[in-house]
Design a protein around this ligand. Structure first.
Ligand code: ADP
Ligand code: F6P
Length: 472
């Protein structure tokens, strides 16, 4: 098999198989922050992407995308249930997001997690050429750095966690906490979204593994593992160019017309996930309608909520509750041809998303906890005329970088209502400098800047960076 000098390892490949309207099988970009971040970056970089194609059974063989070779790792239906839906998304995901839903612990899930991580490590070892750089992504694969180092000590191994890394008092719940920390420490560099996460990690390795640790380095045997914050970003220029296209502007105008030419459009775009604060947002909106602070003819809410992890009970319960609440609010406050909420569960292409961002006077991004939240950054990048108010949760990683947003605590219902009203009623003289400052920040700190800072820390400024186009 052909080998690469750069190997990216992520649970998901950047494409998913889906069924086209005519029934044929087609490949489409998979939704989610990780793929949104890495896909534009790697398009022009010779690399191999090791990942799962989204189904169960034997691994399909996928075509290269641009210069990126796809190396699929199969998941059986047991792996899918116990590794992906189980340990990754019913143990680690809720635990890492402040336990906003109860994490579940099952020994069978841990066995599947080990088994699947081993399979990813073996596939990666085969795909990497001598001395290659391997960049492992996210919470599904926390054991891969350690397993890979045993198989291939010649490799330079990076690990990046896209989701929050919790404080010790939460992480200590995990029955296999020591193994998970040791797995991550197989890397040469461990990247987090925020400095607080690196701090949490350092505290935990000192406490659980009794290793010497600061917020920048951990000593393991005869090695030093570096740790640090590398906030992930988006392809800012690409989103701005898309949003500036005449056909996208025309589409945005058409959307506004179809929404009834209201005075204010509020938009939310989320995966249907209990971390995103969708129910709290709907409650705030409903109370504003009930009190008359917001009127249906003047204001509409567009809620895009693409279904996610659909067989996991907590996700099914959430979807039922959200749909019941949307129905109730529309029943109570809507009129014929004028719903209070436009609720959409479809995946959209990038141009349609850009048109939605352009039409939104207020973008409400109010997760209860989020590693970063790229939707918030995409909205800012799309506001090419410096208009639009971003209502942003303090608990999204993005809040640390975008302090000019209208920041809210989504757990505080009154604060959330007030934040929404402030954003709706904001004076353009207040909105414009805030948006301009955020756009400037994202222009400098785009996805290429992220990759450059991470890979130069991992590879000592090595040759991989020559493949990355300059920022802006
Ligand atoms: P997460 O990684 O938790 O899903 P992020 O906000 O970081 O959250 O990333 C979500 C990504 O998925 C964004 O790039 C966004 O544009 C994309 N996305 C979300 N909803 C849709 C949708 N309905 N159609 C297409 N892409 C979507
Ligand atoms: O950003 C967090 C994340 O879990 C990514 O790892 C993932 O690709 C995305 O959300 C979407 O989730 P999933 O891969 O489970 O559909």
């Amino acid at each position: 098999m052909r080998q690469s000098s750069l190997v990216v390892v992520a649970n998901r490949l950047p494409i998913d198989d889906s069924v086209a309207p005519d029934g044929a099988c087609e490949w489409r970009r998979s939704p989610g922050g990780l793929v949104s971040a890495l896909h534009p970056l790697l398009r022009h970089t010779p690399a191999t992407w090791v990942g799962w194609a989204g189904g169960t059974g034997p691994a399909p063989s996928l075509p290269d995308i641009g210069s990126v070779r796809m190396r699929t790792v199969p998941l059986s239906s047991e792996d899918f249930r116990d590794h992906y839906e189980g340990f990754a998304n019913s143990t680690l995901w809720p635990l890492y997001h402040d336990a906003v839903e109860q994490p579940e612990y099952h020994r069978r899930w841990w066995e599947a997690y080990q088994r699947v991580n081993q399979r990813f490590a073996e596939a990666t070892a085969e795909a990497a050429e001598q001395g290659a750089v391997v960049w492992i992504q996210d919470y599904h694969l926390q054991l891969v750095p350690g397993l890979l180092r045993e198989l291939r000590p010649d490799l330079r191994i990076g690990f990046f966690l896209h989701v929050p890394f919790p404080p010790p008092e939460l992480f200590m719940q995990l029955p296999r906490r020591a193994e998970l920390l040791r797995g991550m420490l197989g890397a040469d560099l461990i990247g987090f979204q925020r400095a607080q996460a690196a701090h949490n990690f350092a505290q935990l390795v000192a406490k659980v593994l009794e290793l010497p640790a600061t917020d920048r380095r951990v000593g393991v045997d005869d090695r030093v593992v570096r740790i640090g914050a590398f906030p992930v970003s988006i392809d800012t220029a690409e989103m701005a160019a898309l949003a500036g296209r005449p056909d996208v502007a025309a589409r945005a105008q058409r959307l506004r017309h179809d929404l009834g030419d209201p005075g204010h459009v509020i938009l939310s775009v989320d995966r249907m996930d209990y971390t995103k604060g969708i129910e709290q947002r709907l409650k705030a909106y409903s109370e504003l309608l009930a009190s008359g602070h917001v009127k249906v003819r003047d204001t509409v809410l567009v809620q895009v909520a693409v279904p996610s992890r659909e067989r996991v009970t907590q996700y099914q319960i959430l979807r039922d509750r959200v749909e019941r609440e949307v129905g109730r609010i529309n029943g109570e406050f809507g009129r014929v041809g004028e719903p209070a909420i436009h609720y959409l569960t479809q995946p959209f292409d990038r141009a349609e998303l850009a048109a939605l961002y352009r039409v939104a006077d207020v973008m409400a991004v109010t997760p209860l906890r989020d590693g970063m939240n790229l939707v918030a950054k995409e909205y800012v990048a799309a506001r090419v005329d410096d208009t639009g108010a971003l209502l942003l949760s303090e608990f999204a990683g993005a809040a640390a970088e975008l302090p000019q947003a209208y920041l809210v605590n989504p757990h505080d219902l009154e604060g959330l209502k007030q934040g929404l009203l402030s954003a709706l009623e904001a004076d353009p003289a207040d909105v414009t400098p805030r948006m301009r400052a955020m756009r400037e920040h994202l222009h400098r700190n785009d996805i290429r800047a992220w990759a450059r800072s991470y890979l130069s820390a991992l590879d000592d400024g090595g040759s991989l960076l020559t493949h990355l186009a300059p920022t802006g």
